[in-house]
Design a protein around this ligand. Structure first.
Ligand code: ZN
Length: 189
């Protein structure tokens, strides 16, 4: 991914278990090798593996700062070349303008998040971030039912709130198996 000194926005999206945090960490490490100054944030809501690191499902880690809102990112990222944000779907709508403003100030901004919630609806600010981005990477997990590329996060518990943090609550499914509901899981067992 070329670094544009005039700033750029990259979005890494996909369903649960698609490797978004892993891909974010890979880009952050490459930027550090290129001697860019990197600052990484994630919403304070996400404390699955400890609040102060971006952690992939393979337990790879990169240090980050938890934030309560998008303005805090602006306050904390002065002087850096690259701003990374993980789990960006949990940020409020103001993150869209903040991301654009950071890029306008010449920063490379990389955000990673779930594009769809468990009900196949755009998650938080993701749709708006995706259409405004310069580069979009959509990653796929493996459907646990049929083994094809998965784009959906299927919630096993059947609860209806949009936010239910915890990867053990979900499985990755393709479009078809998502709509087969709980019976599809029985077929595998
Ligand atoms: Zn499937």
């Amino acid at each position: 991914m070329p670094h544009n000194p005039r700033g750029q926005v990259e979005v890494i999206c996909g369903c649960m278990f698609s490797g978004k945090s892993e891909e974010l960490i890979r880009r952050l490490r490459r930027a550090e090798i290129a001697r860019m100054t990197v600052r990484v944030f994630k919403p304070a809501i996400d404390d699955r593996y400890g609040a102060k690191a971006v952690v992939s499902h393979l337990r790879d880690e990169f240090p980050c700062t938890p934030v309560e809102n998008a303005r805090q990112i602006v306050d904390l990222c002065g002087g850096c070349d690259l701003v990374g944000i993980d789990e960006v779907q949990f940020m409020g709508p103001e993150i869209v303008k903040v991301v654009d403003d950071l890029a306008r100030r010449g920063k490379r901004v990389i955000v990673a998040g779930l594009d769809l919630d468990a009900f196949e609806e755009p998650f938080g600010p993701m749709a708006e971030l995706l259409v405004r981005a310069d580069y979009v990477t959509k990653l796929h997990a493996v459907c646990v039912v049929c083994g094809e590329d998965a784009t959906r996060s299927y919630r096993k518990s059947g609860t209806t709130g949009q936010v239910e943090v915890g990867s053990d609550q979900y499985e990755a499914r393709c479009r078809g198996c998502y709509h087969h509901g709980p019976e599809a899981a029985v077929a595998v067992a």
